[in-house]
Write a protein of this length. Sequence first.
Length: 359
Amino acid sequence: MTAYRSLSLSRRSFLAAFGTLVAGITLQSRGAWSAEEEKRLHFYNWDTYIGETTLSDFKKASGIEVKMDLYADNDELFAKLKAGNPGYDVVIPSHDFVERMVKAGLLMRLDHALLPNKGNIDPVFQDATFDPGRAYSMPYTWGSIGIGYRKSAVDSVPDSWKWLYDADTYSGRIALLGDGATVLALGLKYLGHSLNTTDTALIKQVEQMVIKQKPHIRVFAKDNGQDLLLSGEVDLAMESNGDILQVMSEDDDISYVVPKEGTALWQDCLCIPKGAPHPRNAHQFINFILTADVSAAIANTIQYATPNAAAKAKMPEAYRHNPAIFPPPDVIKSSETSAYLGEAIKRVIDESWTRIQAA
């Protein structure tokens, strides 16, 4: 799953208690881990995908200054590192891109001895099929992709992908994600197929369906579908759950649903790219984020599901039991996690997406 985040921090609520807790955190071996490295860290992250005070709290606890650059999607991240790491120490790829980047030799193997807070992670996330033994990644957040919608603009809950892919009911009022892999994958789910199919004929079928639907789609939103929904420019938006939850806190006319056909479940991960100039600082930063109070503050800010069990225990009941954050069992059962299908299928998807955009 590829997720997009572009909500300004000024629109985010933040529990002051978390800020107080995080400010008091100190790091284990704060001098030893970075003794041979300058007190710097270069962080490459999705837009507004961190706690309000995470970076400043880390500096207070470690003395390490963090410079953060932003990217819009996994393809941008992959291309940047594939061309040669320009100096990044920590990155946050989605799960399928973790596997792709490992196979491309772009990630550094983690030293788990430097990550004692790994024990805070929920047992479900301690291992991963895309990264056996968590050799290259630590889980950061996870979630679903669904439909954000304006309640006053729909006759009933739009609980099917049909309303985005195969209907003119909301013509000109629809935003799809500007990510070809996601659009094609969820089109496959709507048609009753696995989103991990390698059948090029099925991918072509979805391509033709999306091209037919294009007159009714207002925009393929790269990273602002939730903003368009909030401003009233669209009534339905394909988006990650956390992005919609953030705008739901500002407008009670906005809601979120996972379609009945199922969806893509995703996981974003903390990784150290090959060639990182400050690998010890990078381990220290990742271990800091895995601290219960730090992860809780991040989750409270960005409203995505935390895989950190110790952090989740600190969150309010409204967060822990929100089905839009933590999908119920029936949603999990009908959904899938996207897999890295190889470069040949990646080219098929990219070529299909190019034709969709050109149509």
